[in-house]
Design a binder for this molecule. Sequence first.
Ligand code: SF4
Length: 355
Amino acid sequence: MSRGQSFFDHTPESLQDWCVSRGMPRHASSQMLTWVYGNQEVNPAAMTNISGDHRALIAASLPIEEGREIRRQVATDGTRKLLIEWPDAEDRLPIAGRQPSTEAVLIPADARRTACISSQVGCPVGCRFCASGMGGLEGNLTAGRMVEQVHRLGRLGAGRITNVVFMGMGEPLANYKAVTSAIRTINAPWGLGIGARRITVSTVGLPEAIRRLASFSLPVTLALSLHAPDDELRKSLIPWAEHASIEDILAACRDYFEATGREITIEYLLLRDVNDRPEHARLLADRARSLRCNINLIRYNEVEGLPYGRPRDADVHAFQSVLRDARINTHIRASRGRDIDAACGQLRQAAQQAR
Ligand code: SF4
């Protein structure tokens, strides 16, 4: 580990080394792992089977959490959103006067409790409809800070986290090393113990990184944020679409399916009168036929200051019908947390404006 050496950056081996190098018994590392991951305890003083001196040593020299919750919103449907401030950001870009902060969201639905976490501070992709992309990229999050987000959400009282999606702020594949390291801890039996199939990495589509992820040891679910069926419209919505054509991205997704056997999820955000017309649905159906995939249709949540509108219900259902008639597995994702700042980046944006 280079920096950001919080508890959540450690593996069992590195934690054991940390303990031994400070004169603690080897087994203190497994005791700590059980306290933090098993019992969801982050206060060293409560780790009563570790000696008092060693608890004091842990409290003084190994931060368990690095972030600070500065805002919390709870929606009537149980969705909870946290704004977490970090002491610094790795590879931080000089954006004057701003303390790095990111959002993490807990979405309870039936037996599922999904943690939606951020992988970067801000986002380099700059989607025109997104509050997170408005200020650009401020820096990367470490693996430990991604794991910490899941751990924090798991302690909000709704029960243990069952699913994790890297769909918050940032492009996860642009912070590849830290994201895959976090996935290992989230999946590990000694860590959060969440199955690979219940972990989703959502990308705007970086073909090289998708192929790299295909050879990663854990077959996580890959979600492609497509949002437009043709390159021209896509580039007008997603500046990073300049870097790769839809066809190149879909070819990499086909390789991902070949390597992992995991069906790709296509995320399609419906923007009123922009990409929600029947001709867009027909073109999307043509694209989707080339791939083993399912499509999630998402209704846009308006963001103050941005010129995009929420689609009409009739248009959403008509769009879905075109895809279903083409025999493409399509779902309309339920809107969650509409009575809070539900769209990605909105809570952070509101906090920055308030300052
Ligand atoms: S929608 Fe996602 S990829 Fe696009 S700017 Fe926002 S956070 Fe980045």
